[in-house]
Design a protein around this ligand. Structure first.
Ligand code: FAD
Length: 322
């Protein structure tokens, strides 16, 4: 009855959010006096699989089926539910990223398991099985007691520690009962998103709002991001205006991010924007209006014109690094 952790991969590499989920799952397994099994779907190198032991997985179930190379949520749901049944897992953990958001609710419905999507705590088992999550756009917390026998938890990336050890995991082949007819969606083309770090996994994010005036000015944000090894993001109106792609928009209707450092440039700090970023560990706001609401949520604020401040900041970062 081990804890099952869905460890998603992209292009054969296990994602950072999955490593965090494994370490989280290992801690829950310890709490419940059981073991942690990571489930990997799609072709991944053997060395990468055994290395998941470093993050606390005692066992890795691996379905090397090449058809599982791309995430297909319906097929993945079927395979994960089958793995959970096979392992007798009562607790199944997902990263709350794009894949996890699509698949965890489906697995939970299939297994008739209670779900906490967007968990930010380990379960408190002193009186039930209580997991904390943000609600009302981050204005409040809900402590949810999962009373069903089976439980699904999807954890927000960049929330829990990832400190690899030196153990190795045993790898067991897994052949889920899937047929070609199960694949309702065919991936015809994949595009690498700007070649950068996935936003939900980024440790540093440089984000721009309408104060940047237009897409032609994004170069200064990209320079700053590059100097810091950061990903770039935007407010929603920026994406709506087509200045930046929609997958970069953060907030209530976009991505939720929790980087170590979030630098907001020319963003007013509307509640709907804050909802997606207020879990960031350190927030720096650059805005020419000293009354901009974002300053209230900031750890550090710079009142100034983005077009003067950002290039100077980039220069300073480059100097520090040289
Ligand atoms: P603005 O509000 O126009 O702010 C621009 C800021 O730039 C101002 O503070 C200004 O002082 C500053 N500025 C201007 N020039 C400069 C300069 N040269 N240098 C420095 N600063 C400058 N928004 C999101 O971002 N994400 C969401 O997910 C989201 N979801 C929403 C859902 C709903 C249901 C609704 C109703 C709204 C949602 N919004 C969302 C929109 C949100 O309410 C705000 O309208 C939006 O966040 C504002 O974007 P902004 O800060 O880029 O633009």
């Amino acid at each position: 009855m081990s804890i099952l952790i869905f460890a998603d991969q992209a292009q054969g590499k296990i994602k950072k959010a999955a490593l965090e989920a494994i370490q989280y799952g290992a801690k829950v397994a310890e709490q419940l006096g059981t073991t942690a099994t990571a489930l990997v779907l799609g072709p991944v190198d053997a060395a990468e699989l055994t290395a998941l032991g470093n993050y606390g997985a005692q066992k890795v179930l691996h379905a090397a089926d090449a058809r599982l190379h791309e995430v297909e949520s319906i097929v993945y749901t079927k395979a994960i539910a089958e793995a959970a049944e096979k392992e007798g897992s009562k607790v199944i953990i997902f990263p709350h990223n794009f894949d996890g958001k699509a698949i965890a609710p489906r697995v939970s419905a299939r297994l008739k398991a209670g779900l906490v999507a967007g968990a930010i705590s380990y379960p408190d088992t002193s009186n039930g099985f209580v997991v904390k999550k943000n609600v009302f756009s981050g204005k409040a917390f809900a402590n949810i007691n999962i009373t069903s026998e089976k439980k699904v938890i999807a954890i927000i990336p960049n929330t829990f520690p990832v400190a690899p050890g030196t153990a190795t995991a045993t790898v067991e082949a897994f052949s889920p009962a899937i047929s070609d007819a199960d694949f309702k969606v065919k991936v015809v083309r994949t595009e690498t998103v700007s070649g950068d770090i996935p936003l939900t996994e980024a440790e540093i994010i440089v984000s721009g709002g309408r104060g940047m005036k237009g897409p032609e000015n994004w170069g200064i944000l990209e320079d700053l991001a590059k100097s810091l090894g950061a990903a770039t993001a935007s407010s929603r109106p920026v994406a709506d205006a087509g200045w930046r792609p929609h997958h970069e928009h953060v907030g209530q209707t976009g991505l939720t991010v929790r980087p170590n450092l979030y630098i907001a440039v020319g963003i007013s700090g509307a509640i709907q924007h804050l909802a997606g970023v207020n879990g960031s560990k350190v927030i720096v706001v650059i805005n020419k209006d000293p009354e901009a609401p974002f300053f209230k949520a900031a750890d550090y604020g710079i009142v100034g014109d983005a077009f003067e401040v950002v290039p100077k900041l980039t220069e300073a970062v480059k100097k520090l690094k040289s």
